[in-house]
Design a protein around this ligand. Structure first.
Ligand code: CP
Ligand code: NVA
Length: 307
């Protein structure tokens, strides 16, 4: 049966670990696996802007012996003339997989229902699961085992990053905390889903409003822009509401002394994070950005093996 990767919990804990192991292996020897030799094509579709996702998928698909086809929705029929499921049925006759960055998660679900090739979520309004594979790979590189570590994500808890942190870290057996203003709390069902996964993996998932309480003694501190793509009109209100959630040196001092700092980028220095933290010794953002390449290659190899 075709496997898709639309949200972080589409992978079981064992499958997530297998993909992270494979990512580490591919990072050691970048050109060892050529499952796309031919070359086969992978369609990578963007409804929203991107630097890291576009580059890492294009380079990764080429590393795997394949050919990336980057499509901007604005000049494709997907921009309004054709449904996601009809688009998928056209693409599946010609490509090995479909990667899509879009707005509503429901579009991805529709695309996946209509096709026999794997569909990968390259960021939706609700989840950013490819980023989380890279983040977990980065944390593993710096800390060894993931299970048992405590991570706090601060900012927009209802965003793709906040919600993916809940699901992916619970899957990895971590203790995940979201620190967000009450009106930007993660979706209640996503919290319940994360808690149900955590109950099986030995992790936990909890939501805080107080940033200091949320980062007390944690191993990893994470944030993301306060103004996700599509929310630009709300910038002034968001900056006001999220003001107290900036990750600065004073807040980092409440975490473990050697706590890691992660940010998926792009970053707004002086807003969600101070320059001294994001550019300081605890920050692992450049490893994190590089790991998009290795993690997504492993994901594609794994998905194609299930076909
Ligand atoms: N982190 C991330 O997804 O970056 P891009 O928006 O540049 O792809
Ligand atoms: N939450 C951000 C992530 C960017 C990679 C956004 O959706 O814009």
């Amino acid at each position: 049966m075709t496997r898709h990767f639309l949200r972080d919990d589409d992978l079981s804990p064992a499958e997530q670990a297998e993909i992270l192991d494979l990512a580490a292996e591919l990072k050691r020897d970048r050109f060892q696996a050529k499952p796309l030799a031919g070359p086969q094509t992978v369609a990578v579709i963007f409804d929203k802007s991107s630097t890291r996702t576009r580059v890492s998928f294009a380079v990764g698909i080429a590393d795997l012996g394949g050919s990336p086809l980057i499509i901007s929705t604005a000049n494709s029929q997907l921009s309004g003339k054709e449904t996601a499921s009809d688009t998928a049925r056209v693409l599946e006759r010609q490509v090995a997989a479909i990667v899509w960055r879009t707005y509503a998660q429901t579009g991805l679900e529709e695309m996946a229902l209509g096709t026999t090739v794997p569909v990968v979520n390259a960021l939706s309004d609700e989840f950013h699961p490819c980023q989380l594979l890279a983040d977990l790979l980065t944390i593993r590189e710096h800390r060894g085992e993931l299970a048992g570590l405590t991570v706090t994500f601060l900012g927009d808890g209802a965003s793709n990053m906040g919600q993916s942190y809940l699901l992916a870290c619970a899957t990895a057996g971590m203790h995940v905390r979201i620190a967000a203003p009450a009106e930007y709390a993660p979706d209640a069902q996503v919290v319940l889903d994360a808690q149900a996964i955590a109950a099986r993996t030995g992790g936990s998932a909890s939501v805080f409003t107080d940033p200091v309480e949320a980062v007390a003694g944690v191993d990893i501190v994470v944030t993301d822009t306060w103004v996700s793509m599509g929310k630009e009109d709300e910038k002034a209100a968001r900056v006001k509401t999220f003001g107290g959630y900036q990750v600065d040196a004073a807040l980092m001092a409440h975490a473990k002394g050697d706590a890691l700092f992660l940010h998926c980028l792009p970053a707004d220095r002086g807003y969600e994070v101070s320059a001294d933290v994001i550019d300081g010794p605890q920050s692992v953002i450049w490893d994190e950005a590089e790991n998009r390449l290795h993690a997504q290659k492993a994901l594609l190899v794994w998905l194609l093996r299930q076909q």
